[in-house]
Design a protein around this ligand. Structure first.
Ligand code: SF4
Length: 66
């Protein structure tokens, strides 16, 4: 998947094993990814909330054209 933008400084396309671009999948539990390690989208949410920028969380992200 081509998605080069970062969200709240996180490279979600690379850090998420499923390449989710618009928030966490249903496999997140207690902040952890169902595949491995912490869910990057939980980190994104926490960072945006701390900066009072949750509007960025709900923004729709589309894969970039190649
Ligand atoms: S739990 Fe989070 S990091 Fe893991 S696959 Fe789902 S969205 Fe991606």
């Amino acid at each position: 998947m081509a998605f080069k933008d970062k969200v709240a400084g996180f490279d979600v396309a690379k850090k998420c094993p499923k390449g989710m671009l618009n928030g966490p999948c249903g496999g997140v539990a207690n902040g952890m990814c169902e595949v491995k390690g912490p869910c990057v989208w939980v980190k994104v949410y926490a960072k945006l909330k701390s900066k009072n920028r949750l509007d960025e969380f709900t923004k729709v992200r589309m894969p970039n054209a190649k």
